[in-house]
Design a protein around this ligand. Structure first.
Ligand code: DAT
Length: 182
């Protein structure tokens, strides 16, 4: 007879990743609205900044140097409890056991360039991110870090893409729930 696992998560943890500008925050915010279950949204970049989980600021790249140990300690309780959307352009630092679904957003690189220009990113940062999208760096990083079966690559160029993607993730959530006996 199997004992019910008292510590089992009732809700999954979804990581939304992709090159900056690919649409992570836009997707996560719509998903929070459309989700059939309560999901807490964490923008990891904002968390790093707000809680000082870094070792200073890199002026050249205009980004914080993340203190990974501090970040993981901060997120551990929420991640273990479940019901979480993580939004970050880096995906290889989270323990595999935390993550139930990895969504990698992809965008045409010319469109990405325009989105980052609108954000007033410095040119070196636009170039770096543009190359990273062309080289599919985030997707490769995800494939190195997680079971390929939990990774889904989705295009994020149009509003239709956004709506279809969120619908698809909602269906996945319902399936996850039913597979876990809820
Ligand atoms: P990220 O969080 O990955 O940095 P974002 O969600 O802030 O990206 O999106 C960057 C910009 O691009 C923002 O102005 C919204 C727009 N955008 C992203 N995905 C889109 C989509 N699928 N359709 C239309 N606009 C999109």
């Amino acid at each position: 007879i199997m004992e019910p696992d008292q510590k089992a998560k009732h809700f999954p943890v979804i990581l939304i990743t992709g090159t900056p500008g690919s649409g992570k925050t836009t997707h996560a915010q719509l998903l929070v609205q459309e989700s059939p279950i309560p999901l807490q949204y964490v923008n990891v970049g904002d968390l790093v900044k707000d809680k000082g989980l870094h070792e200073g600021y890199d002026e050249e790249w205009q980004s914080y140097i993340v203190d990974e140990d501090k970040l993981l300690d901060e997120l551990e309780p929420t991640a273990s409890a479940g019901g979480l959307i993580l939004d970050w352009h880096t995906c290889d630092i989270f323990p595999e056991r935390w993550i139930d679904l990895v969504v990698v957003l992809r965008c045409d690189h010319t469109q990405l360039w325009e989105r980052l220009e609108q954000r007033n990113y410095p040119i070196n940062k636009i170039q770096e991110n543009n190359e990273s999208e062309i080289m599919q760096s985030v997707l490769d990083e995800a494939r190195k870090s997680y079971d390929h079966g939990i990774i889904v690559e989705l295009r994020s160029e149009t509003t239709d893409d956004l709506e279809n993607n969120v619908e698809r993730i909602v269906r996945w959530i319902l399936e996850w729930r039913s597979n876990h006996g809820f």
